[in-house]
Design a binder for this molecule. Structure first.
Ligand code: KDG
Length: 349
């Protein structure tokens, strides 16, 4: 009897341990030996983003899941989390460093707190359009920057797109630099963003995306800046009245993986996750561009007042932030800044 009890306890213990190894995950793909797996044990990727499940970023994440689970025959499964369920960009990135989360797709702006060179993409009015951004990011200098993440225990697998950021607020129509005066604007947690908004005359506050809606609703801030897709899909029109096409910064996303997790994959699996991140990124960029194009109209249909920024007014903004950019060149790293400017020039030829 004692022996039988001992045996039963052992079986129970093994079952519990196997379940823990699965990370208590939500997805239900099969376990077992696979062509791409090394030991037959299923590996689980917890992938989180701050935006909600309607956003193209989440659709991109689902595409990544589909490719990886199919190509590894279920040896790697991907559990996806949206709306900051796992935290904000910064805390999720820290979780990757600690090895308690495997994937996050943050904007490059908060990532500059980990690798300062990423702030090169926070230079206002840097990219003229998405096509040039693609060439620079997917080209030599963009890939070189991804390489710098390794020192931070992170692996940058691909760039995705957040997009050109536009200003919204609940106070007044913003048509020129004068209209920024005193506006309480939430920015991402990034010093260059903060200083650029100060130079425009606004009163900026850095804040995690997960706190933004409530801050606007309660009037802690008057406004924020994000691409139209985010403004619409996160229903910011419920708490914001004005939108202007400031297009002041192009935000890339970086598809990040925890280095300790990546290093534990077989070579085959590393290739699969890398290719999947790139492939899913192409899908995400396409959906994101379609979304940004269609949602300005829908924002107006929801009652937001749209103000067009004239070329002249935009030039005034460019001039106002120029000293800030000068000041940041050495903080970002002159070499990186020069390389990016050169790559932009090349991409326009
Ligand atoms: O999933 C991405 C978001 O967490 C965030 O990067 C969105 O642009 C963003 C912002 O304003 O914080």
């Amino acid at each position: 009897m004692k022996k039988l009890f001992g045996l039963l306890s052992m079986v129970l213990l093994i079952t519990v341990l196997a379940a823990c190894g699965n990370g208590g995950s939500e997805s239900s793909s099969g376990e077992g030996e696979s062509a791409s797996g090394d030991s037959g044990e299923t590996k689980t990727i917890k992938a989180g983003i701050g935006l909600n499940s309607d956003h193209p970023q989440y659709k991109g994440l689902l595409k990544f899941k589909e490719i990886v689970e199919e190509k590894t025959d279920g040896a790697i499964k991907v559990d996806t989390y949206h709306s900051g369920q796992l935290g904000d960009d910064r805390s999720m990135t820290e979780a990757l460093q600690l090895g308690t989360q495997e994937v996050v797709v943050p904007s490059t702006a908060p990532l500059a707190n980990f690798v300062p060179e990423f702030s090169v993409f926070d230079i206002p009015f840097l990219f003229p359009n998405e096509q040039v951004a693609d060439e620079v990011l997917d080209g030599e200098v963009g890939q070189e920057l991804l390489g710098k993440l390794e020192e931070q225990n992170l692996v940058g697998l691909a760039y995705w797109e957040n997009g050109f950021r536009d200003l919204t607020n609940s106070e007044r129509a913003v048509a020129s630099i004068d209209d920024f005066e005193g506006l309480k604007i939430r920015t991402m947690e990034n010093d260059l963003h903060l200083d650029a908004f100060k130079a425009l005359g606004a009163n900026p506050t850095p804040m995690a995306f997960t706190e933004l809606f409530t801050a606007m609703q309660q009037g802690t801030v008057d406004g924020q800046e994000n691409p139209y897709a985010t403004i619409y899909l996160q229903k910011f029109y419920e708490v914001q009245e004005h939108v202007s096409n400031t297009h002041h910064i192009y935000s890339p996303f970086v598809f990040l993986m925890s280095k300790s997790f990546y290093d534990g994959l077989t070579e085959d699996q590393q290739k699969i996750v890398k290719d999947a991140a790139v492939e899913a990124g192409k899908h995400e960029r396409k959906l994101n561009r379609e979304a940004n194009e269609k949602y300005l109209k829908q924002l107006q249909e929801e009652g937001m007042e749209y103000t067009e920024i004239s070329d002249e007014a935009r030039q005034e903004m460019v001039d106002a932030v120029a000293p800030v950019i000068e000041d940041y060149k050495s903080k970002i790293g002159e070499e990186t800044v020069d390389k990016v400017y050169k790559a932009i020039e090349e991409a326009q030829k």
